[in-house]
Design a binder for this molecule. Structure first.
Ligand code: AQP
Length: 355
């Protein structure tokens, strides 16, 4: 008699937990349009997506990264709250995701230390951001600035996150985080066991690199070349007037190259698709001058950012509410982090304290 194949069942295959998203920003200054268009807008999209898909979104204010360069103690305190206000005002809904401050979860630095012990210095020395920032802060380059990518790897891997929404400048650090995961798994994960860490991948926005108004460097909190996320319309319009555009557009009727123009890139982030097309056409045909593109951008930035600015004003008036949100987030993150760390310590051979 032949054996019968088991009857198919209607039961769906067992599903794992939904993927986890993790990202953070430094409270090193006022968030700017680069942070927003390169990363924060994607966070908001992912939170919206999580309503349908169950994605678990965790967002962090990475204050321990911000202290790797010279900073003002009093200002840092205020900037942490300002960053939380920006996240919330931009549309990060705390009922739908987790928001917390890095230093409220001590396991980040613990895991970073363990990663210090497994990654060779040569790999850290190759990091472009370290080279640029050590140039920028030449008077004192801290060891923390050098080991920054290890803490960033710990931030992500502590939560076993696989989706990391960041701007283009962070892609190299993400590749490094994957290398850390592979190294740790290779050395400490027992054969046939589930890897300790999954490999995280970047999620880039459609505008992953926003240049500064100077056209020389990416828009940055520390270079003074930025437009602030909460800046007033009049100030934004004034800054746009002086913003660097396509250097080949010397005269009004020179056709432009939108693909290399930062003004066009910003249009792509905030303007309706029909207007983006119009800007593209009018720039290449020279029917619009740079001033026209800038004026249209000023109008669309105003429409896009005014509600964010108003919401931020409301939240700034209720700091207790913001602190409560951060405290709830830290509570949840400490629990997740400790679960990971128990496994990490065990796999690395560290003996737990009795009791
Ligand atoms: N210009 C940019 N274009 C696109 N994305 C950007 N990001 C930063 N600048 C741009 C993205 O914003 C997120 C938060 O960055 P961060 O605060 O952690 O560090 P950063 O990249 O060093 O930002 P800044 O503004 O340049 O800060 P400072 O001047 O203090 O170093 C990241 O996802 C980043 O990719």
């Amino acid at each position: 008699m032949t054996e019968q194949a088991p009857a198919p069942t209607d039961k769906p295959a067992p599903k794992g937990p939904p993927p986890r998203v993790f990202s953070g920003m430094q409270p090193s200054g006022t968030l700017h349009l680069g942070n927003y268009m390169g990363a924060l807008k994607t966070w908001v999209d992912l939170v919206d997506e999580s309503r349908r898909t169950g994605l678990d979104c965790i967002f962090c204010i990475v204050d321990q990264h911000a202290i790797t360069v010279d900073y003002d103690v009093k200002e840092l305190r205020a900037k942490v709250v300002d960053a939380a206000v920006c996240y919330l005002a931009a549309g990060i809904d705390p009922a739908q995701c987790t928001l917390f401050v890095q230093s409220h979860v001590p396991q980040h630095t613990e895991l970073a230390w363990y990663f210090n012990t497994i990654m060779p210095m040569g790999e850290l020395g190759r990091m472009t951001q370290f080279k640029e920032k050590s140039e920028q802060h030449r008077q004192s380059v801290s060891t923390g600035l050098f080991t920054y990518p290890l803490l960033m790897a710990a931030d992500i891997l502590l939560y076993r996150a696989t989706i990391v929404p960041v701007g283009e400048d962070q892609v190299q650090h993400l590749e490094f985080s994957r290398e850390v995961a592979r190294k740790f798994n290779g050395r400490f994960t027992p054969k046939r066991a589930r890897p300790t860490f999954p490999e995280p991948a970047p999620r880039l926005s459609a505008t992953p690199r926003i240049m500064g108004l100077d056209g020389m460097h990416k828009m940055s909190k520390s270079r003074g070349n930025e437009i602030g996320l909460l800046e007033e319309d009049a100030s934004i319009r004034k800054k746009l007037k002086g913003a660097f555009t396509d250097p080949q557009r010397m005269r009004r009727d020179d056709p432009g190259r939108p693909e290399i123009c930062n003004i066009y890139t910003m249009h792509r982030a905030v303007s309706p698709p029909a207007l983006v097309e119009e800007v593209q056409r009018s720039c290449t045909s020279a029917s619009w001058g740079c001033g026209d593109c800038k004026e249209a951008l000023g109008n669309n930035l105003s429409a896009h950012l005014t509600p964010i600015r108003l919401k931020a004003k409301e939240l700034t008036a209720k700091p207790e509410q913001v602190h409560d949100t951060l405290a709830d987030g830290a509570r949840r993150c400490r629990a997740i982090a400790e679960e990971t760390m128990r496994e990490v310590r065990d796999r690395m051979g560290l003996v737990p304290a009795k009791g």
